[in-house]
Design a protein around this ligand. Sequence first.
Ligand code: ZN
Ligand code: MN
Length: 521
Amino acid sequence: MSATSSATSKAVDSPSSSSSPASTYLVLGKYEVVVGMEVHAQLLTRSKMFCRCSADYQGAPPNSHTCPVCLGMPGALPVANRAAVEATIKTGLALNCRIAETAVFARKNYHYPDLPKGYQISQYELPLCLDGWVAIDLPDGGSKRIRIRRAHLEEDTGKTTHVDGYSLVDLNRAGVPLMEIVTEADIASPDEAYAFLTKLRTLLRYLGVNSGDMEKGAMRCEPNISVRTPEMRERGEYGVKVEVKNLNSFRSVRNAIAYEAQRQAQILEQGGQVEQVNMGWDEQNQRTVLQRTKESAEDYRYFPEPDIPPLRVEEPWIQAIRATLPELPDAKRARYQEEWGLRRAEAEILTSEKRVADFFEAAVAAYGTAKGKPQRLANWITGELFRLLYAEGQGQDLRQIAGIPMKPEQLAQLLRLVDERVINPNTAKKVLERMVRTGENPQAIVEAEGLAMVSDTAQIDAAIDQVLAAHPEELARYRAGETKLLGFFMGQVMRALKGKADPGLARQRLQEKLQSEASSG
Ligand code: ZN
Ligand code: MN
């Protein structure tokens, strides 16, 4: 995932910028794009939504995680999973939602082999969470609220694979707890959609309710996209919307919105009408393709699930769940900036994943919060350490930081060795590389490899003499006024001392030597 790194900074969420100004819309000729988002997120519970089967089905043999309830056998009775309800309430609180006093499960009828009951148990008229918002950052440094219409709880379906004219059904996924989060149509460009989804995934990971692993289908996105003229906006009207189903990467979402907006604007420009349909995304050709015409709510024949009593959510329960909320990324970022004096860019990257923030905070605890220290740590983590993670890890998943052998306290020890002039910063980079690989203490590596900084003037002077003697031609040019050769000599001296010289001291001795050479010459 790529953290947005806008250098400019304003308030984390200023209410004044929460209404969408016209300028944030992606404008295509006279049309602007309007997007609402539906996100399905699998909850990280041990068991399924309405039975005791394990929800950890990835990689298991087909239909090995099933029972009469999730197979839809007649007479089997579902029981709601309390952990899934709590995870949804927790998410609702983090999304600034109102938690309903009463939520009701309903049957949503449709007929596919991946749903053996013939219906999905979901929440319809009375969802668990309502009327929230998520703040996203805008490129100009401001922020904007994307309103959350609802977040409700339902069950995932099984998986159908088509082979040689047969359809194979695996019901391991059937009944896995699924949270559906629906926004208002507040998203005004492909980039805003990307920012919203990134923020939402960060939140879900902070809460520990969802893995955010798109490639495993743990989070699926369905944008609904329409275009309209500014006049329609003034009248409060929307264009006909097209839903793009089951996108499994944020990049696909961004591209699908851009493509679809263009397509619809073109149709309208040519005097045609946009049809309300469901589309799929053809990744290879980067275009949307027709799936089926949209069914309406009536087609699903929703009615309250008679086998599950209404869910009553009382205030003390909500308070108990609220007490388990971790510090959320926006609050963390603000704290890093205000209390530790971090720059916005680093504060943003460090809070983009909870595991990175945890690592950083543990390192700060070990290194200290004196002025400039947290920023120095932040620079080392977002610079050298991330570079090493990218180089050695699989892709650019920053959560890898939690799995490396090096502990945060050891990074603090390394910086202390630099502060105490035991090693120079360049050597520290080499030591860090070995620490990340092996988890050894920096002091031990410095001793084992003999990396301690050379601050002995006699040793440094000897190296300088040797370098000047070996490069008479450059020395002559330097004397003739080509002073930029200082850098060349400095490089040679550092090399002669295997990079371990105290760079400040070496530069000082070299300059003195060159001056006396110049005057004597
Ligand atoms: Zn089951
Ligand atoms: Mn759904």
